[in-house]
Write a protein that binds this ligand. Structure first.
Ligand code: SF4
Length: 402
């Protein structure tokens, strides 16, 4: 075989492998009604699955309790909300409406419960509505620590995790399995390493990792076990290195503010096509919430507590602690070599919008260009956003200003 034939062969194999990965991720992404999960449970009725809302939930605890953890984000632009609207006033974000809609119409046979992490009043309200609507299922409001002292927040969080484990075990009718829990901790550590490697690749070679592919890869982790997801990420990184994707003269943009209600996939594609390389974002932040591994020696429960206290990322849904979030935003933008920042919030999202003025001031002081925009998960018109982000990217390339 000649060298050129061998190269073409390798490239065709990489293209095929790449297409298969993206297709698998798309299947998961578009399955907002959780039909594959319902089928998985139907095959063995003793199986249990519990959803959790954004942003972060300790999936290791679910696994230790014999429960499959499933990250759920609402219906995006795929669900026509009819019943869900009647539970909420008009001036709040869209996510709770589609969560209730899907709960009433589609998730009944897929989910045995819902964990609602304490991130805002809206999610607190969802947990109340869920409890009233689905009395036969688990509803658990997970309080996360806002004090990072081990003796205070650490003690509190450990008790929260123990209680969550108890409630999940009651529902799954199993005993908490310490070995399975410790193994899950190791699996999610491997997964966090794979995710970090992909994030680093994106910073170094954003033309290899288009934002919409990155997003699909992260969303695929919603329904997969940690090791299966890590395998896909590692394979993806292998194949994109062979795809020969050319670099373009795009602006390097970091997005902040979309950690809960997710933008439609086409909005991410629109931003990218308007001349932006996304070198970082906080969509699907849960899988990246812990920025270091949990210790694998010693007590795994304490390891999960400690890694949250010491190594969880800055976020609008977290108390800011000693280092101001705006300072961390600037440091992250510099670390990612971002030319500009897009402060991008879901409409009516209090945590995201309340941080915006602080972020704007910090970016202005640091001389980092920024632009702001709002979206809803069911947004259908992308033209104005394409013009806005395209102009932002061009201004950065021409003058280094937003
Ligand atoms: S989008 Fe914002 S306001 Fe709405 S549930 Fe999420 S964090 Fe709360």
């Amino acid at each position: 075989m000649s060298n050129s034939t061998a190269t073409q062969g390798a490239s065709a194999a990489a293209q095929k492998a790449h297409a298969e990965i993206i297709e698998q991720c798309q299947r998961i992404y578009y399955d907002v009604r959780l039909e594959a999960l319902a089928q998985w449970k139907k095959e063995d009725p003793s199986r249990t699955a519990v959803g959790f809302l954004p942003v972060y939930a300790p999936r290791e605890i679910f696994v230790g309790a014999g429960v499959r953890p499933v990250a759920v984000f609402g219906g995006g632009d795929q669900v026509n909300v009819i019943c869900g609207d009647s539970f909420y006033q008009s001036y709040i974000c869209h996510l709770p409406r589609s969560v209730v809609e899907l709960g009433l119409t589609s998730w009944k046979s897929a989910l045995d419960g819902l964990v609602c992490p304490a991130i805002c009043d809206v999610i607190r309200n969802v947990s109340g509505v869920w409890q009233v609507l689905f009395k036969d299922k688990l509803t658990y409001f997970l309080d996360l620590p806002q004090n990072f002292d081990s003796a205070v927040g650490g003690k509190f969080y450990r008790r929260q995790l123990e209680e969550l484990a108890e409630r999940l075990c009651q529902m799954s009718r199993t005993k908490f399995d310490q070995d399975r829990f410790a193994e899950a901790l190791r699996s999610y550590n491997r997964n966090r390493r794979a995710v970090r490697a992909l994030c680093n690749l994106r910073v170094d070679k954003p033309h290899w990792v288009p934002a919409w592919e990155f997003y699909l890869l992260m969303r695929a982790g919603d329904q997969m076990d940690a090791d299966g997801h890590s395998e896909i990420l590692l394979k993806y990184m292998d194949v994109v290195s062979e795809l020969d994707r050319a670099e373009q003269d795009n602006a390097r943009i970091m997005i902040v503010g979309g950690f809960c209600e997710q933008p439609p996939l086409n909005l991410i594609r629109t931003i990218e096509r308007s001349g932006c390389y996304l070198v970082d974002d906080d969509f699907t932040l849960g899988a990246r919430f812990l920025e270091a591994d949990a210790a694998e020696d010693g007590d795994p429960l304490q390891a999960l507590v400690d890694v949250y206290l010491r190594h969880s990322t800055y976020s609008s849904v977290k108390y800011e602690g000693d280092v101001p979030k705006s300072k961390q935003l600037v440091e992250t933008a510099r670390d990612r070599r971002a030319d500009g920042v897009l402060l991008m919030s879901p409409s009516f999202c209090d945590p995201s919008l309340l941080d915006r003025p602080h972020f704007q001031r910090a970016l202005e002081d640091a001389g980092i260009p920024y632009s702001t925009l709002q979206y809803a998960e069911n947004l259908g018109q992308f033209g104005p956003i394409r013009e806005q982000t395209g102009t932002f990217a061009e201004a950065i390339k021409l003058w280094g200003e937003g």
